[in-house]
Design a protein around this ligand. Structure first.
Ligand SMILES: Cc1cc2nc3c(=O)[nH]c(=O)nc-3n(C[C@H](O)[C@H](O)[C@H](O)COP(=O)(O)OP(=O)(O)OC[C@H]3O[C@@H](n4cnc5c(N)ncnc54)[C@H](O)[C@@H]3O)c2cc1C
Length: 261
């Protein structure tokens, strides 16, 4: 499927899902070709640079200087009947253009939206599942848990900033959720990795889906490969990096991929 062109959307409503997670519901008249069942897919949020106004020309431009600010987010839900696109934004510190925009988002505000890409579903051809991630990955993990078969088993290790950030999840009964509290995710830490290492390995083929801070995910990816998780059943992605804005982080990821080739 070709990626649809960028759209100009407006905020329908916004509210806090938990102290550090703000839900923004976007809408627009131009959602007829918006794909169904793409929850967990990522998209590009397009924000105006200072002094810039957003319109379809500025969203589509190839001119680097006049391109909007681009940040990557996850499609949490899409409701065609209500014309609603749901996105959950972590309110991280230090904030950046996207988290600041979401913190202040009010009905009627406009924003650019490019995508969504392909959904990031866990490979369900597996005997058990392991999800691990921080709050940046919580929207995609929550969407994944909702679509697992009722008899699915395994673990979801979820790192959140405070106890009150534990949100209700729709999940199979035998999928154990392990919440970890880390109030300072911007300090290098092994919170997620240490817990993943302590999990009791289940029998059969496991499928793993892990995302979050790049340094943590690199360690976990290496560990899961060593434990024999087949690469067809492994999704591991660094969603952000300590001390780097998304532009710099994506540039670093490109360099690493180039070096790997
Ligand atoms: C495929 C994909 C899907 C994603 N989906 C979501 C999603 O649904 N919801 C969501 O909230 N995020 C999501 N993210 C992460 C999000 O893109 C980054 O957090 C992004 O940096 C936010 O942009 P910003 O403008 O707020 O901050 P930036 O300007 O990019 O960064 C400013 C500062 O904030 C720090 N920072 C960035 N992210 C975090 C964080 N998670 N925790 C602590 N500090 C941070 C940076 O290191 C930097 O110092 C996703 C990322 C990817 C690659």
């Amino acid at each position: 499927m070709n990626r649809p062109g960028p759209r100009l959307l407006s905020v329908k409503r916004a509210y806090h899902l938990s102290p550090n997670m703000r839900r923004v519901i976007l809408t627009g008249d131009n959602l007829d070709d918006f794909p169904e069942h793409h929850e967990s897919a990522n998209f590009k949020l397009l924000l105006p640079k200072p002094g810039q106004s957003l319109n379809l020309d500025s969203l589509a431009t190839n001119d680097k200087a006049s391109r909007p600010i681009v940040r990557t987010y996850t499609l949490r839900q899409f409701n065609r009947a209500e014309r609603e696109i749901v996105v959950d934004f972590l309110m991280h510190e230090p904030a950046g253009p996207a988290s600041s925009w979401a913190a202040n988002a009010q009905a009627g505000d406009t924003v650019g939206f490019a995508g969504p890409g392909k959904p990031k579903w866990v490979n369900t051809a597996a005997d058990w599942f392991l999800f691990a991630g921080d709050m940046s990955a919580l929207p995609a993990i929550a969407a994944n848990l909702e679509q697992l078969p009722d008899n699915a088993q395994g673990y979801a290790v979820l790192e959140v900033i405070s106890d009150s950030d534990k949100i209700p999840l729709q999940k199979p009964a035998n999928l154990e959720v392990i919440w970890l509290i880390n109030p300072t995710p911007q300090t290098p830490n092994d919170t997620l990795f240490d817990t993943v290492k302590r999990l009791q390995w289940l029998a059969g083929n496991g499928a793993a889906w892990v995302a979050g801070e790049s340094g943590a995910i690199k360690q976990i990816r290496r560990y899961l490969k060593d434990k024999g998780i087949d690469k067809r059943r492994l999704y591991a992605s660094g969603y952000w990096q300590i001390g780097m804005t998304e532009d710099i982080h994506q540039e670093e990821k490109r360099k690493e991929t180039d070096t790997d080739n």
